[in-house]
Write a protein that binds this ligand. Structure first.
Ligand SMILES: [Fe+2]
Length: 253
């Protein structure tokens, strides 16, 4: 039983979006995903898919892409990417109901994996594509969603009541219920280019996350945009599909 992660599958079974214009690594990439996933992952394993699943602009256009993922071996937990137009963050519960038993959607909630709580959100970093004020607004919304995910895990199981989301970030005991450890998933890199820390890395440190896993970075020029390896005791891993040549990355044996 193992935990894997991979992101940015960028599937387009229903819309015309050839990916091989982005380089040779993308040629027939859906066939590579199928081949390597089936080689590595069994039905006893869990895979967190870290966003940008589909080019579809709505659920109907994304259905074949989601069905493709659902048919792959293992338990699949999906995170939202910046291109996932089919996924309204406020209606995540609907997706969880529609795909119950086949796909799970991580947003304002968390999932247990052995001794770990899997938490996450899309995240955000500054790429020079919007004004700094707009960047801060989106980043802060994502930070709040991440905090809700951490808090839901931390408060779960306490007196069997619905988690009481505490607003007092950073000021109290932040370990998750049942002495679980956290693994934090983001779609965007945890830092903007050149940053030595960010509100996302500080939140990972405040909650004592064991690992931070992210994707979104495409092409050799972007693979070093953010942290890889250990920083302040947390292991950072980049799992974008093209970085991995579409082989799901082992996160926990
Ligand atoms: Fe992305």
């Amino acid at each position: 039983m193992s935990l894997y992660a991979i992101g940015d599958l960028h599937l387009s079974f229903s819309v015309d979006k050839p990916m091989d214009v982005f380089g040779r690594v993308w040629k027939n990439h859906e066939k590579k995903i199928w081949k390597y996933w089936n080689k590595r992952v069994t039905d006893r394993d869990t895979v967190v898919v870290t966003g940008d699943h589909s080019w579809g602009r709505n659920l109907e256009q994304s259905r074949k892409d989601l069905e493709f993922i659902a048919e792959l071996p293992g338990r699949k937990i999906l995170l939202r990417g910046n291109h996932d137009m089919f996924w309204d963050a406020k209606k995540t519960q609907r997706l969880n109901e529609a795909f119950r038993g086949r796909l799970e959607f991580l947003q304002n909630n968390w999932f247990a994996y052995e001794d770990y709580a899997l938490v996450g959100t899309k995240g955000y970093c500054y790429e020079g594509l919007d004004t700094y004020e707009h960047f801060e607004k989106i980043r802060d919304r994502e930070l709040e969603r991440l905090r809700i995910s951490f808090e839901a895990a931390r408060m779960s199981g306490i007196s069997g009541e619905k988690a009481d989301i505490s607003p007092a970030f950073g000021s109290e005991e932040l370990r998750p219920a049942g002495n679980r450890k956290y693994i934090m998933f983001l779609h965007y890199p945890p830092t903007s280019i050149g940053e030595a820390s960010s509100p996302f890395t500080r939140m990972a440190e405040a909650y004592g996350a064991a690992k931070v896993v992210y994707s979104h970075c495409h092409g050799k020029a972007r693979f070093d945009d953010s942290f890889k390896g250990y920083v302040n005791g947390i292991e950072y891993k980049l799992v974008s599909g093209d970085y991995l040549n579409f082989k799901p990355e082992l996160i926990l044996e």
